[in-house]
Design a protein around this ligand. Structure first.
Ligand code: ADP
Length: 196
């Protein structure tokens, strides 16, 4: 299957993306995780993107698009992929469309994981205490949420008009949310019989 998981920061995309990738036999491609791994290993990409991650600002599209192009050009992508954190704006959405067309890939579903703002902020602050993510401070969290609200609406509109969007309530236990997602995925088109 070929999926996108989107939603505000703190909605639990990454957690769910990893579980779903396993369950659906798809490769999970999380732009945030990949960037953070590069920052940790001090690669030239990591050094280049660090200031954006630390301030909760978008990494320039040129770099993000190139990363996605590389990942989706790998053979494993043909079996299925789950994009987490991409696309986040119109330019990325257009770029992704061109890659999909080039490879003759079709998206099965775009999952929109949602939660109220107060839930999101409290989850990220809890995470900050545990994982020390450089961008989980109150001011940067507010900035990331604002940026999401500004940019995501248009992306969501596009996928909604293509009939690909499925909204899933992200509030509940991790297992509950996974089960909700699986249910909505099963209801979508193009699902292999194994999953039904
Ligand atoms: P969250 O969505 O919870 O803020 P992510 O782990 O998805 O966290 O992203 C962390 C940071 O990585 C973002 O604030 C941004 O700097 C960078 N990033 C991730 N995905 C993208 C993207 N598609 N475009 C630009 N920057 C991105």
């Amino acid at each position: 299957m070929k999926l996108i998981i989107t939603g505000p920061p703190g909605a639990g995309k990454s957690t769910q993306a990893k579980r779903l990738a396993n369950l659906l036999g798809a490769t999970s491609v999380s732009t945030g995780d990949i960037f953070r791994a590069h920052v940790r290993s001090r690669t030239s990409l990591g050094i280049g993107v660090e200031r954006y991650i630390d301030t909760g600002t978008f990494v320039p599209d040129e770099l993000t698009n190139k990363l996605i192009h590389n990942r989706l050009s790998q053979k494993s992508a043909a079996r299925g992929f789950l994009l987490d954190g991409y696309p986040r704006n119109i330019a990325q959405t257009t770029f992704l469309d061109s890659i999909l067309a080039e490879r003759e890939y079709e998206l099965d579903v775009v999952l929109l994981l949602s939660a109220d703002n107060d839930v999101l902020v409290s989850r990220m602050l809890t995470r900050a205490a545990q994982s020390r993510r450089s961008d989980d401070t109150k001011a940067i969290i507010d900035h990331r949420l604002k940026l999401y609200q500004q940019q995501a609406e248009e992306v969501i509109k596009i996928y909604s008009s293509q009939g690909l969007l499925t909204r899933v309530n992200g509030v509940g236990s991790i297992d509950e949310v996974t089960e909700r997602i699986l249910q909505s995925v099963r209801q979508g088109a193009n699902v292999s019989p194994v999953l039904r």
